[in-house]
Design a protein around this ligand. Structure first.
Ligand SMILES: *[C@@H]1O[C@H](CO)[C@@H](O)[C@H](O)[C@H]1NC(C)=O
Ligand SMILES: *[C@@H]1O[C@H](CO)[C@@H](O)[C@H](O)[C@H]1NC(C)=O
Ligand SMILES: *[C@@H]1O[C@H](CO)[C@@H](O)[C@H](O)[C@H]1NC(C)=O
Ligand SMILES: *[C@@H]1O[C@H](CO)[C@@H](O)[C@H](O)[C@H]1NC(C)=O
Ligand SMILES: *[C@@H]1O[C@H](CO)[C@@H](O)[C@H](O)[C@H]1NC(C)=O
Ligand SMILES: *[C@@H]1O[C@H](CO)[C@@H](O)[C@H](O)[C@H]1NC(C)=O
Ligand SMILES: *[C@@H]1O[C@H](CO)[C@@H](O)[C@H](O)[C@H]1NC(C)=O
Ligand SMILES: *[C@@H]1O[C@H](CO)[C@@H](O)[C@H](O)[C@H]1NC(C)=O
Length: 904
């Protein structure tokens, strides 16, 4: 946020630089320190080396420019702050900035110079403050930096790869340093002894610097050191020399990964030092039991162990601890109940225990004793959190909270203490059993502060007409409740609104057009009616996901999308929409998912959507699309990322062009499979942490399919229920990643292309109700994952192939073909046996194989079913799972067959 403000200021600076004449009228303070003209020119040259030329007037007082500080007496430029200025381009050695010899403070952080750190920086010998944080430098840190012997603060963190092989020599001369921040700088050595000479150091951050060796004790004893971060270096750095200091040490804030777990000597050290804050950056690197002594460090203020794998219970918490202010143990495996001692931690302001295995019942009001409490998160445990009934006679006073997260806590009503909360900014009561209406008083709570509200997955009834009493709201999630009435009117800065699966009715209010930074709008599965608001195209710069599916909307799709639309997901399935598709959709170049199924749209095939480079899912099912499917000549590879194409139940006719199939590179193996087959919506998921578990439900042919973030396996083509004619294109066999292919209910003629036998992972193949002739190609027997197969109602003849899963298809797969014969049909074949069946006693061999496979997959089935994602996630093939569902049946049938063979 600071950065954004800064950016605005810097823009102003450049504006002033560009228009000096205008700018002078803005400047009211023409005080004595008219800036040195040489330095003014130098500044302008510096600016010019990154931006276009202005016409300059040198009379301007550069000391007035934003980011420029001058010496009030001599008028020299002594400070320059160009952080976050979007400066792009190399910083070359003749850069005029090096003419500013009097500079004491230089901040170039958050830019992108994309060059070496210039050695001329060493000429700025008066520098006391130098910040190059995240400014795109690479290469070696020049040894001339050692000339900056006045430096008090140096920050070279987070650049591209910078190496600092001469670290020891440089800092040996920087004895005035207070702050040394080198996060991510490749120092690649042991910690040099010269560091212990920096006796003024207060903050030392050497995280991720490839440091090796043991950590010198002398550094902990530096008399002013308060912050020490040596995390993310080689393990050996976590070992201390054995003779740890005794007596008080100023160190307060210690960021480490494993250090405090390495032995008793360290523990005794930790108990001595004053006001230690320990923060671990977990990346699942820590596991084992939570050390009991941690809670007994008498001066511990902050305990942050989020996201590790600690187990054990919290029963070592010592209620006499008066220093502990923050406990974040979320995302571990901590079990047991919440101990009484926790309610004695009088300094506790942040208690975050979400996503563990805590159990038992806890009375929410007990936390009211923690008078400093600010954040409370008990979500996603096995806790039952009880609340005092609203009507009970109580006089409990609660501290003012900012964050309350009680998701999955078996709560049955809105906690009544919320009435008195004035500062609440985040409230998560999702996934509980809250019944009844949202109480009127709830909206009086946290009026100025509320910005995150999640009430999803409850049984909340009634209406919520207006949420503008919370003007700061940005995230609102109400999905899966029983809310009625119109969609609530939202405050202006809502970014995320999800109210799907409710009973919201009436029109979508036009007030939605006033929202300026809307990013996600999901109103699917409600009873909304009327036409769609005209304004959705206005949100192009912000709107990522729009889902109005399964409502009662009618009229046309009115939106005009401009270039630069960021829309990635548009779902309007299941409404009564009419008319043509807005051609401006072609401007939505980020579009990945377009689901317009089950409407009354009347248009021809949108070949122009083939130009969208990332479109992965196109669903036009059950509309009035008509005419031939054409491809535009210009598009060399239309629809290059398409994974799901559903044109079913429309009135398309003519030949389905091979040329189109040839464009579907994402369905072919040779096109970087991993690249093509990934994800639904990175942007969405990256920006809303809370969305990471969200998914989108699509409905194809009455089967709801849930698409999660990574779309690895779904490759479907459904052309059924049209009037396609001509032969099935042979090139369909190139789409080797297809899992589901439905060409049924068309007028396809000719024979079934043997190339279908190349679709190695296909699970469902439906060619029924066409005019196909000839035999079923034996190549199809190689399709080991095929579980649904139908060629019913065609004009096929000859023997049905057997072997593999072809022995498991029902006779309904073949009905309506007068010429077909053989198992499972009752009609016998009088043809000579197929060559393949000459192989040794196939049926009994088959049966034995099945037994082995069935046993082998037994466990997989259970895991798959329990995990609940057997369709898309488990590696177990779908056909086998289906098979296992009918396991007894399959065995019985195979066994009967085997018996028949024996008898016959
Ligand atoms: C001019 O700037 C100086 C230093 O920032 C300040 O002390 C003084 O009050 C300003 N004068 C006017 C007229 O704004
Ligand atoms: C700096 O040097 C480059 C060539 O290295 C030159 O093009 C540029 O004009 C010089 N800039 C100044 C301000 O002298
Ligand atoms: C160290 O700083 C002094 C000025 O304080 C300077 O003269 C000297 O050259 C510097 N040493 C190195 C190695 O740069
Ligand atoms: C550590 O720094 C390197 C560059 O030196 C960078 O590529 C890497 O991502 C950093 N690691 C972490 C965990 O930040
Ligand atoms: C530390 O400073 C002292 C005095 O300035 C100097 O003699 C000594 O060499 C320095 N030690 C290191 C390792 O730089
Ligand atoms: C309810 O509260 C009032 C005053 O706060 C008190 O006089 C009364 O006894 C309480 N009733 C019960 C049932 O606790
Ligand atoms: C795409 O957007 C531009 C403006 O950004 C607009 O002029 C153009 O008409 C749009 N394209 C279509 C097909 O609507
Ligand atoms: C589709 O639109 C055309 C005119 O554009 C019209 O002639 C035709 O009847 C419409 N079809 C349906 C099914 O509404």
């Amino acid at each position: 946020m600071a950065c954004i403000c800064k950016l605005l200021l810097v823009c102003l600076l450049f504006f002033l630089l560009h228009f000096p004449v205008i700018s002078s009228s803005f400047l009211s303070n023409f005080s004595s320190n008219l800036c040195d003209k040489v330095e003014a020119t130098a500044l302008l040259q510096f600016k010019n080396s990154f931006l276009i030329d202005p016409t300059i007037s040198k009379d301007i007082d550069c000391c007035q420019w934003d980011g420029v500080t001058c010496d009030p007496l001599a008028g020299h430029v002594i400070g320059l702050d160009l952080s976050c200025s979007q400066l792009i381009g190399p910083m070359i050695s003749n850069n005029s900035i090096f003419l500013l010899h009097h500079l004491q403070s230089l901040n170039l952080g958050f830019n992108n110079f994309n060059s070496n750190i210039p050695r001329e920086l060493g000429q700025l010998s008066h520098l006391e403050y130098l910040n190059l944080y995240d400014s795109g430098f690479f290469g070696h840190v020049p040894s001339e930096m050692a000339q900056l012997s006045q430096l008090r603060s140096l920050d070279l963190s987070s650049n591209h790869i910078i190496a600092m092989p001469n670290f020891g020599e440089i800092i040996a001369n920087l004895t005035e340093l207070r702050e040394l921040h080198l996060y991510g700088v490749a120092i690649n050595s042991i910690i040099p002894q010269s560091l212990t000479n920096l006796s003024y150091l207060t903050s030392l951050q050497l995280s991720n610097c490839s440091l090796q060796g043991k950590f010198p004790n002398d550094i902990i004893q530096l008399p002013h050191l308060q912050v020490l971060d040596v995390s993310s270096n080689e393990q050996s750095l976590c070992q201390f020399h054995n003779n740890l200091p005794t007596g008080a040490v100023p160190l307060r804030y210690w960021i480490s990964r494993v250090a405090p777990f390495l032995g008793d000597y360290l523990i005794s050290f930790l108990t001595q030092i004053s006001r230690l804050l320990i923060q671990f950056f977990g990346d699942n690197s820590l596991s084992g039991m939570l050390p009991s002594w941690l809670f007994n460090l008498p001066l511990l203020e902050l305990l942050y162990l989020r996201g590790n794998q600690f187990s054990g219970e919290l029963n070592h918490i010592n209620s006499n601890n008066n220093s502990l202010g923050t406990i974040d143990l979320s995302y571990n495996n901590i079990s047991g109940s919440i101990p009484n001692a926790i309610f004695g931690l009088m300094s506790l302001s942040i208690l975050v225990l979400g996503s563990n295995n805590l159990s038992g019942t806890v009375e929410l009001d007990r936390f009211s004793k923690l008078k400093s409490l600010n954040d409370l998160d008990l979500s996603a445990n096995n806790l039952s959190v009880t609340t005092i009934n609203e009507n009970a006679n109580f006089t409990i006073t609660w501290p003012q909270l900012e964050v309350l997260k009680l998701s999955f806590c078996n709560i049955i009503e809105f906690p009544s203490f919320l009435r008195s909360q004035e500062n609440l900014s985040e409230l998560d009561l999702s996934n509980n059993n809250i019944h009844g209406e949202v109480p009127k008083w709830l909206q009086d709570m946290g009026k100025e502060s509320m910005n995150y509200l999640d009430l999803s997955q409850n049984s909340i009834t009634g209406g919520l007409e207006d949420l503008r009493s919370w003007p700061s709201l940005r995230y609102v999630n109400l999905h899966s409740n029983r809310l009625q009435g119109p969609m609530p009117i939202l405050p202006l800065f809502v970014e995320f609104f999800k109210a799907s699966n409710n009973r919201l009715a009436r029109e979508i209010p036009l007030s939605i057009c006033d929202l300026t930074i809307l990013r996600v709008l999901d109103l699917s599965h409600n009873r909304l009616s009327g036409e769609m608001p005209q304004c959705m195209g206005n949100f192009i710069f912000t709107l990522l996901l729009l889902n109005l599916g399964s409502n009662n909307l009618h009229g046309s799709i009115p939106w005009t999308f401009g270039i630069n639309s960021v829309l990635t997901t548009l779902v309007l399935n299941g409404n009564q929409l009419e008319g043509r598709l807005p051609r401006s959709l072609v401007n939505c170049t980020q579009l990945k998912l377009l689901d317009l199924g089950n409407n009354k749209l009347n248009d021809t095939f949108p070949d122009w959507l083939g130009a969208l480079p990332g479109l992965m899912i196109l669903i036009l099912h059950s509309n009035n699309f008509h005419g031939r499917v054409r491809t535009t000549k210009e598009e060399q590879q239309p629809f290059p990322k398409l994974q799901i194409l559903d044109l079913s139940d429309n009135s398309f006719r003519g030949i389905f062009p091979s040329r189109l199939l040839n464009g579907f590179k994402a369905m072919m193996k040779d096109d970087g499979k991993n690249d093509a087959l990934q994800y639904i919506d990175e942007k969405l998921f990256n920006n809303f942490e809370c969305m990471s578990t969200e998914s989108i439900v699509l409905t194809f042919k009455g089967v709801a399919r849930e698409l999660s973030r990574v779309l690895t396996t779904l490759v479907d083509i459904d052309l059924s229920g049209n009037k396609f004619r001509g032969a099935i294109p042979y090139s369909i066999g190139k789409l080797v990643l297809v899992r589901y292919l439905n060409l049924s209910h068309n007028n396809f003629i000719g024979s079934i292309p043997p190339s279908l036998g190349n679709l190695n992972v296909i699970e469902s193949l439906d060619l029924s109700s066409n005019q196909l002739t000839g035999q079923i190609p034996r190549e199809l027997v190689n399709l080991h994952f095929l579980v649904n197969f139908s060629v019913a109602d065609n004009k096929l003849d000859g023997a049905i192939p057997h072997g593999e899963q072809f022995d498991l298809f029902e006779n309904s797969s073949y009905l309506g073909n007068i010429g077909l014969c053989g198992y499972p049909l009752s009609k016998k074949c009088y043809l000579p046996l197929q060559p393949q069946s000459v192989e040794n006693n196939p049926q009994s061999a088959d049966f034995d194989e099945w037994k082995i496979i069935l046993i082998g997959y037994g466990c997989g089935l259970i895991i798959g079913l329990v995990a609940g994602y057997y369709i898309f996630h488990a590696r177990t093939p779908l056909w086998l799972l289906n098979l296992l569902r009918q396991k007894k049946f399959a065995i019985a049938r195979a066994s009967n067959k085997w018996q028949r063979q024996q008898e016959g």
